[in-house]
Design a protein around this ligand. Structure first.
Ligand code: ADP
Length: 852
């Protein structure tokens, strides 16, 4: 034993007020500090000091609830432990705090408080001798007679007994053993109390025990309780002592790292069970051999790992996922083609071609269960029911449905998962989806395959290829799982707005089914059969409360929406339902008026046009009928006006038809000319092909200026002489490209150069050649539907697109007058009232004089 005063701690110590734990001499504990006083202590003392002395601080247990910590200093516990800060780590997340690793040296008592701010500084008195914790065991120290000697001997024996019950192969247990042998017996109560599972209160008792004897007396029961607990556990659990040792040593591992403070006994006891439960689950998950092997291996590793290791939770999460995956869970297909037909018909109006193909597909699947056919891919504008058909297919088959949105996915690990070596790694969307639906044969809808991106992290399309390939997908390997999962039972369906951007290899695997936009009439039908009833139901309304006449629906379609599908139409109905629901809920009484009277009494706080059916014999107030005026009240002024005829009031404007992934659209082309040097200016976000069309058009018109009597501003024979031309494609910052605007540009310029107006009800599409031929273009159906929507009466098309007209619904073809043109002469003749006569025959070869 060291004699005299021995090594002294400084007599003035800064004090760390610890909410979370009790530091005992001889142990090392991690503290997280975030209160202002403690933070100041760290920043102004620990981080500023340069000597060893400045790293010594006093740790005083603060029993006050940190929640109620106020600015004034709480009454401090009288005894604390001086410790040396061996590590300081600062972090700003989730809020600024420091983590300190402190090794306890000896007890002290507080004599006087010197200051309270910015951190507490106190005059202290050292209570333990410092040497005993650092000096190796000596004869003198152990050979104690009397009661104390007996106590210390008993304590040592008990500690050895506990050690015998733990697994020596775990490093922390081995360290425990080393400490036990090397430290003087006096220090054992402190060291052991901090290593075995004890509550803060118990540790506080040990801290407060100032005499050695008292300390042994306090700590011994804790030690024996621990031993009894272990013996009981081994008996009752009936698990092999080997395993028990491991489980317990895992806990010890946690304890020895100073994490024991917050761990409740019961909670810990469950962990052992947990692993056993997990093991049972692994066996019950019916996974294939290979997966089972991996799981068992991981389980084995898990059992050896201390819980505090970050890898513990990684492995745990992995195993949890593995046991949750539907390795051999599936639903039984119940396919009755007749019923499927009815269901598809009931769910969707129109789209006959698509429904027919889907039924064929399902029928073949029924005949040959292991169909390795192509993947169906529905291609069409948004809101035409692609997703909803996918959902119906799942329903007809009695399968689960899962949708994976691929828009913007540019990393292959989105599909295939991250390897488990990364922190925060996850399985990919396919595996995640299967986990969600909990069966291995759902219908998975790969939405928007045309919007896949590409990045440095690998090509997601390549990963998808593997998913979709029937030759490979029975052993699809997600990087996270790292074992094969059989996807061959999954029915994949894809959707896209356009095939143009679907990667080729992927497109190759798929059978494309075009889903074109709807005509006005189809939309009215869809609205009344599906959208309105759906929206009514979703808003808790009945047809007896709200009635939307067909006229109003047509109004909504033409004045409030401009789309190929029915998505915004559905939203408009939603808005109407909400407005009406408020009225119904408020229980407003609605005055009986006649639907045909234009003057309606304004209703208090509501839509002044809400009125009941004119049929006065019916129920008095209901249903609320939405007429044109009510529409304006609810949806505001019309968003789209029939603007075509209004805009064609000057020479130099023509209407073209464009195709976009969102459906067909009408496209205005405007031209103007001014004095200049024959410059052509193009504006409106045009692509290269479109610019070329403009040059082609000008060349052809200059070459044929004489024939058609086109002149420049001064009346000269070359339309470009002394003239600058500006061509503009209004409407938006959308990039426009493609050759099909050729005929429109020619018509627009012909109108400008001749000063004649283009017919206000005509729209056109077609590619042109330098010689004035009109070449066929794509997307005719969507374009014609757009023209029809916009109220156009005549559509000019390339002759070779004639065959595409067969696909159009009869009511559309009946409304429109189609002119098919083989050359520009025919186009111009159809585009202008009274034709566009040339003097010479248009079939003579034009002279090429253009320098453009
Ligand atoms: P997409 O996937 O093509 O973008 P959705 O499947 O999401 O479109 O369809 C949008 C909404 O329109 C859904 O509520 C759907 O039920 C409805 N819908 C679309 N087409 C039809 C149709 N032919 N018959 C009935 N409802 C339809």
């Amino acid at each position: 034993m060291a004699s005299g005063d021995g090594i002294q701690i400084p007599s003035r110590l800064p004090l760390l007020l610890s909410h979370e734990g009790v530091l005992l001499p001889g142990s090392t504990v991690r503290f997280t500090v975030d209160s202002p006083r403690n933070m100041h202590l760290v920043s102004q003392r620990l981080l500023k000091g340069t000597s060893l002395k400045s790293t010594i601080i006093g740790v005083i247990p603060n029993t006050r609830d940190p929640e109620h910590d106020t600015d004034d200093l709480p009454t401090l516990h009288k005894i604390g432990t001086a410790g040396i800060a061996v590590q300081v780590v600062g972090s700003n997340w989730p809020k600024p705090h420091y983590t300190l690793l402190i090794t306890g040296l000896c007890r002290f008592s507080v004599s006087t408080l010197l200051k309270e701010r910015p951190f507490v500084l106190a005059e202290v008195e050292q209570l333990d001798k410092l040497e005993q914790y650092t000096t190796p065991v000596t004869e003198g120290a152990t050979a104690k007679g009397g009661e104390l000697g007996e106590l210390s001997h008993k304590f040592y024996q008990a500690a050895i007994q506990l050690l015998g019950m733990l697994d020596m192969s775990v490093p922390v247990v081995a360290k425990f053993r080393r400490l036990l042998d090397s430290l003087p017996r006096e220090t054992l109560p402190d060291v052991v109390a901090s290593m075995i599972r004890t509550s803060n209160k118990e540790k506080l008792q040990v801290l407060d025990a100032l005499t050695l004897e008292e300390r042994f007396k306090k700590a011994l029961p804790m030690l024996t309780r621990q031993i009894e607990g272990l013996t009981l556990l081994q008996k009752t659990r009936k698990i092999s002592p080997e395993k028990e040792k491991r489980v317990l040593s895992v806990r010890k591992g946690g304890a020895l790292r100073g994490r024991q403070f917050n761990l409740e006994e019961e909670a810990e006891d469950e962990d052992g069970d947990d692993t056993a439960v997990l093991e049972k689950k692994v066996h019950a998950a019916k996974m294939p051999e290979a997966a089972l092997r991996v799981c068992l291996k991981e389980l084995k590793r898990l059992k050896k790992m201390p819980q505090s290791m970050p890898e513990f939770s990684l492995t745990r999460n992995y195993l949890d996922l593995m046991v949750e995956l539907p390795w051999s869970k599936s639903t039984k297909d119940c396919l009755d083609i007749q019923a499927a037909r009815t269901l598809l018909d009931n769910d969707h109006y129109a789209m006959d071609k698509l429904k027919r193909r889907v039924l064929e597909y399902l029928a073949v699947r029924q005949l040959k269960a292991s169909l390795k056919g192509p993947i169906l891919c529905f291609v069409g504008p948004p809101g035409v029911g692609k997703t909803s058909v996918g959902r119906s297919i799942a329903r007809t088959l009695g399968r689960e449905f899962h949708r994976i949105a691929l828009g913007g996915v540019c990393d292959q690990s989105d599909i295939r998962g991250h390897r488990r070596t990364y922190v925060g790694s996850m399985p990919g969307r396919i595996i995640n989806g299967l986990k969600t639906v909990d069966v291995n044969n759902p219908v998975i809808l790969l939405d928007e395959v045309d919007k896949l991106g590409k990045s440095l992290q690998g090509d997601p399309a390549a990963a998808l290829l593997e998913v979709l390939d029937p030759e490979q997908n029975h052993s699809f390997t997600d990087h996270y799982l790292n074992v094969a999962f059989d996807l061959s039972q999954v029915l994949f369906i894809a959707t896209a707005n356009t095939t143009a951007t679907i990667p080729h290899a992927l497109l190759d695997r798929m059978e494309v089914l075009q889903v074109p936009g709807y005509t006005q009439e189809e939309k009215v039908e869809i609205a009344h059969r599906h959208l309105i009833p759906n929206q009514l139901e979703q808003h808790g309304l009945t047809p007896q409360q709200l009635h939307i006449p067909q006229d109003s629906t047509q109004d909504i379609i033409s004045s409030y929406t401009r789309e190929a599908g029915v998505r915004s139409l559905e939203r408009k109905f939603g808005a109407i339902c909400r407005a009406v629901a408020v009225k119904v809920a408020e229980g407003h009484r609605v005055t009986v008026t006649d639907a045909s009277t234009s003057k309606r009494p304004a209703l208090q706080g509501g839509f002044n046009s809400f009125h009941v059916c004119s049929d006065k014999a019916a129920v008095p107030e209901m249903p609320i009928v939405i007429d044109h005026v009510a529409l304006k009240d609810i949806l505001g002024p019309p968003l789209f006006e029939m603007e075509v005829s209004e805009r064609l009031t000057l020479p130099g404007v023509a209407v073209g038809l464009a195709w976009t992934p969102l459906g067909g659209e009408i496209l205005f082309v405007e031209a103007s000319r001014m004095e200049g040097e024959g410059q052509l200016t193009l504006t409106g976000q045009l692509g290269d092909v479109m610019k070329e069309s403009a040059h082609l058009a000008i060349s052809w018109l200059r070459a044929n200026a004489k024939t058609y009597q086109l002149t420049n501003m001064g009346g000269g024979p070359d339309p470009l002489e002394g003239t600058d031309i500006h061509l503009h494609f209004p409407a938006g910052a959308v990039t426009k490209d493609g050759p099909s605007a050729g005929v429109t540009i020619v018509t627009c310029l012909a109108s400008l150069f001749s000063g004649r107006l283009v017919r206000s009800d005509v729209a056109m599409t077609g590619e042109i050649t330098l010689r004035g031929l009109v070449l066929p273009v794509g997307g005719i159906k969507d374009k014609v539907l757009a023209a029809h929507r916009a109220g156009v009466k005549r559509v000019i098309l390339p002759k070779r697109n004639q065959k595409d007209l067969e696909e159009l619904p009869a009511n559309v073809t009946a409304d429109l007058d189609f002119v098919t043109a083989a050359n520009l002469d025919e186009v111009l003749n159809a585009a202008f009232d009274g034709g566009f006569p040339g003097i010479a025959s248009s079939h003579t070869q034009p002279q090429l004089t253009s320098k453009l």
